[in-house]
Ligand binder design. Structure first.
Ligand code: UDP
Ligand code: MG
Length: 211
């Protein structure tokens, strides 16, 4: 059959499936500008995870000139959520080609459909979900100030991204909260202060590297 689930299952590289690889995944969620990428970099250094940013994988797909590139570019420009099958395939491939077995997935799942499809297709449920909690006002200032040359860091798209976060992504956090998997951190502070709290969450389950 040509269903989305079958297609993604067949896309496993070299016949190795993710289910066999037995990976540990932590989802890192929070609004646009809540500091997901910044905190992920510190978690990588301290706990030896591999960081997979769904947004970065999608942006790389645009620049690689893939057949989906234009569609992805238009959706990102408009703050919309790219179809699950595209994002899941990129995440799955990234996990298969990396020898590490510990992954931070940053900025995904962004809606209930993303979440259900990922769990169904990969068979992976997250160890926990790190949730970076930050007021919209602070996030807006950070996004407008960061100047990373992103086409979606303009006030019009930022407002759309906030709306999508509230309407589609918060329910994902609420779902994981209902099964006791959310670790919520106050992200409206300096990077190192936020990381101190992130560190104490990770220390409960994971060992530090090079201490
Ligand atoms: N995006 C998506 N699916 C994902 C992750 C990102 O469609 O799983 C798109 C979406 O349009 C989003 C944009 O990529 O607004 C930027 O996402 P990223 O996580 O890089 O930005 P953030 O919201 O963290 O600033
Ligand atoms: Mg990001």
């Amino acid at each position: 059959m040509g269903s989305f689930v079958d297609q993604v299952k067949k896309s496993d590289l070299n016949g190795t499936s993710l289910a066999e690889k037995n990976v540990t995944v932590v989802f890192v969620l929070g609004g646009p500008g809540s500091g997901k990428g910044t905190q992920c970099a510190k978690i990588v250094e301290t706990f030896g995870f591999t960081h997979l940013s769904a947004g970065d994988l999608l942006r790389a797909e645009i620049t690689s000139g893939s057949e989906n590139g234009t569609m992805i570019q238009n959706m990102i420009k408009d703050g919309k959520i790219v179809p699950s099958e595209v994002t899941i395939k990129l995440l799955e491939q990234a996990m298969l080609k990396n020898a590490n077995d510990k992954f931070l997935i940053d900025g995904f799942p962004r809606n209930e459909e993303n979440r259900a499809a990922f769990e169904l297709v990969t068979g992976i449920s997250p160890a926990f979900v790190l949730c970076l909690d930050c007021p919209e006002e602070d996030m807006e200032k950070r996004l407008l100030g960061r100047n990373q040359g992103r086409e979606d860091d303009n006030i019009v798209t930022i407002r759309k991204r906030f709306k999508v976060f509230l309407e589609s992504s918060l329910p994902v956090i609420e779902y994981y909260d209902s099964i006791g998997k959310v670790r919520k951190i106050n992200a409206a502070k300096q990077v190192d202060e936020v990381f101190a709290d992130v560190e104490s969450v990770f220390t409960k389950l994971f060992k530090k590297i090079n201490v």
